[in-house]
Unconditional design. Structure first.
Length: 250
């Protein structure tokens, strides 16, 4: 006998609780291939991807996930055609402006991780204001990675540590631990991902959360991001529950 929606929701929430699943990271891949398969322009794929993100945020919040980090634009994505990059930046601005009130109403806290320096001033203003608007919320913590690259993140952290050594803030090598280095990353104060989902079937991390994902469980689905829905998220959560996390100890 199939579970009704309420019972299924309760079952998945219990799974999240019992497995200690707090943080899900997602590489949202496949927008362009989804559009190509339907003989549509790339624009349609990216817009459908926004709908999938909105639904995933709602589902994660409902299921009791505390942290959701999504890869929206990488440092490498600047190499795409100028028209596509410009569209993505405008879409990002439009999406945050249109959705921030609903996110706030649902107690979602928004944070942006990545190097915002190359972004336009108007986009930076929108992002910074959205962070401030939701900073007191205590529900789902949503991190959007924009102009993010893990190697760049780590390199910048090393530079900051170097500057603190020169200034005397760090005066003992024993201070430099894993936890100490983590505090210099964009994700400081955010726990490492328990589960990393990649849509679109590619089997690589694409310079995403490399330091933070040392012991993250990786789940790859062939589903393109625009087709990723609540059921797909629940399937990933159930797959996580079947894993045995040994952290190299057994």
């Amino acid at each position: 006998m199939a579970l009704n929606t309420t019972s299924r929701n309760d079952l998945i929430k219990e799974t999240v609780l019992t497995t200690g699943l707090k943080h899900i990271a997602i590489i949202m891949d496949g927008n362009r291939r989804w559009a190509k398969n339907k003989n549509l322009s790339t624009v349609f794929g990216h817009r459908e991807g926004v709908k999938s993100l909105k639904n995933t945020i709602k589902a994660a919040n409902t299921l009791g996930i505390k942290y959701l980090t999504v890869y929206a634009f990488s440092t490498e994505n600047w190499g795409r055609k100028h028209e596509e990059v410009e569209f993505l930046m405008n879409l990002l601005k439009e999406t945050v402006q249109n959705e921030i009130q609903e996110m706030n109403d649902n107690n979602v806290r928004l944070r942006i991780i990545g190097d915002l320096a190359p972004l336009s001033e108007d986009l930076k203003t929108v992002l910074v204001n959205a962070e401030k608007f939701t900073e007191k919320n205590s529900g789902l913590n949503l991190q959007i990675a924009i102009n993010y690259g893990s190697r760049s993140e780590i390199t910048n952290a090393v530079k900051r540590i170097y500057e603190d050594i020169k200034s005397g803030i760090i005066d003992n090598a024993a201070q430099i631990t894993d936890e100490f280095i983590s505090s210099y990353l964009y994700t400081a104060e955010i726990p490492d991902p328990d589960l990393l989902i990649r849509t679109g079937g590619e089997q690589r991390l694409s310079n995403y959360l490399l330091w933070q994902s040392a012991y993250t469980e990786i789940y790859i689905t062939d589903t393109f991001w625009p087709d990723f829905d609540r059921a797909a998220l629940e399937k990933a959560v159930q797959a996580f529950a079947s894993r045995s996390r040994r952290y190299g100890k057994d």
